[in-house]
Design a protein around this ligand. Structure first.
Ligand SMILES: Cc1cc2nc3c(=O)[nH]c(=O)nc-3n(C[C@H](O)[C@H](O)[C@H](O)COP(=O)(O)OP(=O)(O)OC[C@H]3O[C@@H](n4cnc5c(N)ncnc54)[C@H](O)[C@@H]3O)c2cc1C
Length: 411
């Protein structure tokens, strides 16, 4: 359904009652879990698992799931394009499902004027979320950080560019690897973090001495990225980790001088005009909550209630988008004008995860009769979760079956 904005024939408002989820990229199969698990007992022979029919090892998958041996489920990757209302993304971003860098990892900030500046990602997180410190040089420096972009690379030509930071995420306490290169670069990251190599994206945990990563220039020269051989890969304890969400089109940034992938990319309301696509509940969306907090159910609304909800939302969306357009027409910056837009506005993002983090997400964000620990998610994020689950189940049918058979508890 779509309605023209009064006086704005070029900007028709669209009202949607569904969400979009597309699997855009993946490297994920049941055998990825099996070889990762078999290395414990078979060492080098675990590589044979790659050519075997995973159907023969259903029992092992089930055992890993039941006894919550989780890490073999991390050696895979899925990137989803998701278009959904902003209130869904607010819930989605709470999941520290992303890949992770140690707090002392220097990211290369590049404001476009003057030399780029390295800043530890933990410090960037502090400035991003707590804002500029009050007063003097510190405040000016913090403001400069918040206006900066981060150095990224064209994955085809390997030429350097800049991209806006959309968010700085705390990803939880994670075990880390320390990768040291022949040229003296060091990166401390989780084993599942993807690094750009001359052979494409590879997980840190799959790399060994003798492999190479693509490394970038952290100075003002911004030369094209070049291979830097890995000298060593070693375990490096556990600590708080972080990740960046950057605006497209590239899904990477420079960390410790090495090109790394990021896990969330959301469209930026600072750098592009937001399109007038808004959420309204569909006919089958239950509208009424009955019961008390902690013990309630949702039931269908009456046709009148549904009509009233849709009419009220459409009116409010129309007014707020008109106000947004008026401010833009008056020369107000997009980042200021967007404050008038509601959380029912659609946004879009790429989200990259592995099967273990997806299972955790599904355990919390879907309702299912097989769930041993029931959850009560908001319907709209559940709609996203259901579509992600359908795509994942096709890629990893045995893992998906084991997840269901073991009460939908992430290992
Ligand atoms: C139905 C529902 C209602 C909710 N209501 C609210 C609400 O009212 N207010 C609100 O603020 N939030 C709310 N949330 C969000 C919720 O509190 C979590 O932030 C969100 O679900 C992410 O889950 P997580 O932290 O378990 O998992 P993830 O971030 O996805 O991490 C996966 C797992 O990794 C481990 N892990 C990750 N990071 C750390 C860490 N730093 N330290 C230790 N272990 C870690 C944990 O085992 C964790 O379960 C709600 C969530 C649901 C599903």
């Amino acid at each position: 359904m779509s309605t023209d904005l009064p006086g704005e024939p070029d900007a028709p408002l669209r009202f949607r009652d569904d969400v979009t989820v597309e699997l855009v990229k993946h490297s994920a199969s049941d055998s990825d879990v099996l070889w990762a698990a078999r290395v414990s007992t078979a060492g080098e022979q675990s590589l044979e698992e790659l050519s075997k029919d995973p159907e023969r090892s259903k029992g092992l998958l089930n055992y890993l799931m039941r006894d919550r041996h989780g890490s073999p489920f991390e050696h895979n990757s899925m990137t989803f394009f998701i278009s959904a209302p902003i209130f869904v993304f607010r819930e989605f971003m709470r999941h520290r499902a992303g890949w992770c860098l140690a707090g002392d990892t220097e990211v290369t900030l590049d404001s476009g004027s003057g030399d780029p500046r390295p800043l530890p990602i933990g410090e960037l997180h502090r400035r991003w979320h707590h804002g500029p410190a009050a007063g003097g040089a510190t405040e000016a420096r913090d403001r400069q950080t918040l206006d900066s972009q981060v150095r990224c690379y064209d994955e085809d030509t390997l030429l350097a560019g800049r991209t806006p930071i959309v968010d700085v995420l705390e990803s939880g306490v994670k075990p880390l690897l320390r990768i040291t290169t022949a040229a003296g670069r060091t990166l401390r990251c989780s084993a599942d973090h993807a690094l750009l190599t001359p052979d494409g994206w590879r997980k840190a945990g799959e790399l060994a001495a003798g492999d190479a990563v693509l490394a970038g220039d952290t100075t003002g020269r911004a030369a094209a990225a070049l291979p830097d051989p890995i000298a060593s890969v070693a375990g490096d304890g556990e600590e708080m980790t972080y990740d960046l969400s950057v605006a497209g089109p590239w899904h990477n940034f420079l960390a410790g001088g090495i090109i790394v992938h990021n896990s969330y990319n959301e469209e930026s309301g600072r750098y592009r005009e937001l399109q007038p696509v808004f959420y309204v509940p569909g006919q089958d969306r239950k509208l009424v909550q009955e019961g008390r907090p902690g013990k309630y159910v949702f039931v269908d609304g009456t046709p009148e209630q549904h009509k009233g909800v849709v009419a009220a939302m459409e009116e409010s969306y129309t007014q707020s988008y008109a106000a947004y357009q008026e401010m833009l027409a008056a020369g107000v910056a997009r980042e200021v004008a967007r404050a008038t837009l509601p959380v029912g506005l659609f946004s879009s993002m790429y989200a990259t995860c592995n099967a273990r983090s997806l299972m955790h997400f599904l355990g919390l964000r879907t309702q299912h009769e097989l769930a041993r620990v029931p959850s009560f998610p908001q319907r709209e994020i559940e709609m996203v979760g259901e579509k992600m689950e359908a795509a994942w189940a096709e890629l990893m049918p045995l893992t998906h079956a084991a997840f269901n058979a073991n009460g939908r508890v992430a290992p």
